[in-house]
Every structure is written in C-alpha cells, then in structure tokens.
Design a protein around this ligand. Structure first.
Ligand code: ATP
Length: 239
C-alpha cells in the first residue's frame, strides 16, 4: 500500500483484565513525525502506550508498525523492530555505572556495535556523558530519568514513545528533553510524547491527539489557529 504510516493503530481496545480502558482508538504516526498525546489524569494515555508496545493485550490486528502487524507482540519484539517505549518511572541500576546501564540496554546488539551505540546515546546528554564511569546512584533523580531515555536511544529507535519524560525534572532538564526530541526528529526519528506540560508538548509536536475516558476526542496539527479552544472543549467533553 502507498505511504503507510510508520505506526497505525486501528480500532484498538485494551485494559486491565476485565476492565476495558481504551475504546476504539485510531491513531497514526508518520516516519519522523512528533506527535503528542494529551488528556486529563486517568484518560488512558499510559495505558495506550502500554497497549501499543505490547505490555497489555490488545484486539487482533489493531497495531501495525513499519508495515507489520505487531498486535500482542512483546515489548522486546517491538523494540527490535524499532519501536521503543520509555516507561514512566522506570529505574536505572544504581550499582552499575552509566556506561554499564547503557550496555545492558544494548545487550542483544552486535558486540562490535555496542560501545558506539552507547557513545551515540550519550551524545544527547552531555551532563550524563561526563559521568559515564560513575554509578547510577551518583546521578540526580532527573539525570537518572535522562539515563532511562538514553537506554531507549541505544536501540536507535524509529519511533520513541516517551511517557511523561519531564515528570519531576528541573526546568533545565525539561528543556534538555525537548532539545533531544528536536534532534531526534532532525535525524528522522518519530516520537510519541505523553506530557503534562501541555504548552511545551504542543511546541515540540507536529500533531496532537487528545484522549478522554479512553477515546480519542481530538486530532489536530499543532499549527492550527483555534487549537487552544478545541483542546479546552475536548478536555471538557464537548467536542
Ligand atoms: P495519568 O496522567 O494520571 O497517568 P493516564 O491518562 O496515563 O493518566 P492511565 O494511567 O492510562 O491514564 O489510566 C487509565 C485508566 O486505567 C484509569 O482509570 C486507571 O485507574 C486505570 N488503570 C491504570 N493502571 C491500571 C492497572 N494497573 N490496573 C487497573 N487499572 C488501571
């Protein structure tokens, strides 16, 4: 088929056991596109990322990535295909060095490539690169969060899904995350960003979806003039 998007989610349903959280989600992301997923607490944003990456079961044929059906695959399979999910609140190994943490994320890459991938990932985070031989425990909480993102970058993703990367970060590190997203886009990497900092997320993204009570209630380009009004209506359930 012509111009199939990098990620296509179709009529996706998912949840926890018998609790259905997501209802008929349709969403797509083109190669190199930055898309932000907004919505109130409990709307289902994290659940949607988990469903896409294979952490939660989904209905058949609902997730296609890079031209293949990846519905109900494992997160590891998704990562191998180029879809990397940086999970909210994921922890680094505090007794391992920065480099060792990154090598662990690169364990299944060809041996000769691992160190180059680690250097490449660290090039996005100068503050952490300086501490590459120090233990995870010696990094600030924010730097540990950046290291988790770097662990995702080691895999050289074609789509990086970030779940509230700015949560608990200092303003400097929030800006670092946004800079990294812009750099990734420049090199052709697509990003799906869940973020509470709505204005920053919109500034970073080409397109936005709003989720409310497990349904997509808005899709727009971020350049749209009346987007703030549309978002407000969507949040309050009138759109
Ligand atoms: P937040 O911004 O607060 O993280 P969110 O939009 O990411 O919100 P989710 O965390 O995806 O929302 O939660 C969506 C719904 O799924 C909520 O009703 C929540 O209570 C429920 N839920 C989330 N995690 C679980 C779980 N592990 N087991 C059962 N229900 C869950």
């Amino acid at each position: 088929s012509e111009a199939e998007p990098l990620l296509r989610v179709t009529a996706l349903e998912s949840g926890y056991g018998k609790i259905r959280v997501l209802h008929g989600i349709d969403l797509h992301i083109a190669a190199g596109e930055v898309v932000t997923l907004l919505g109130p607490n409990g709307a289902g944003k994290s659940t949607l990322l988990r469903a896409i990456s294979g952490l939660l079961p989904v209905n058949a044929a609902s997730v296609r990535f890079d031209g293949r059906d990846i519905s109900n695959g494992t997160p590891r399979e998704a990562a191998r295909a180029g879809l990397v999910h940086v999970i909210e609140g994921h922890r680094v190994f505090t007794q391992q060095t920065v480099t060792e943490n990154l090598l662990l994320a690169a364990y299944d890459l060809p041996r000769g490539e691992r160190h180059a991938r680690v250097d490449e990932a660290l090039s996005f985070f100068p503050e952490i690169a300086q501490k590459r031989h120090e233990r995870g425990a010696s990094l600030s909480g924010g730097q540990q969060q950046m290291l988790v993102v770097a662990q995702g970058l080691v895999r050289r993703p074609r789509l990086l899904m970030l779940d509230e990367p700015s949560a608990g970060l200092s303003p400097v590190l929030v800006d670092r995350v946004l800079t990294v997203i812009a750099q990734l886009q420049k090199q052709g990497t697509a990003v799906l960003l869940v973020e509470q900092l709505v204005e920053k997320a919109l500034a970073a993204a080409n397109r936005v979806y709003a989720l409310s009570q497990g349904r997509i209630v808005l899709e727009a380009t971020t350049s749209e003039a009346n987007l703030p009004q549309r978002l407000e209506r969507a949040y309050f359930g009138h759109e």
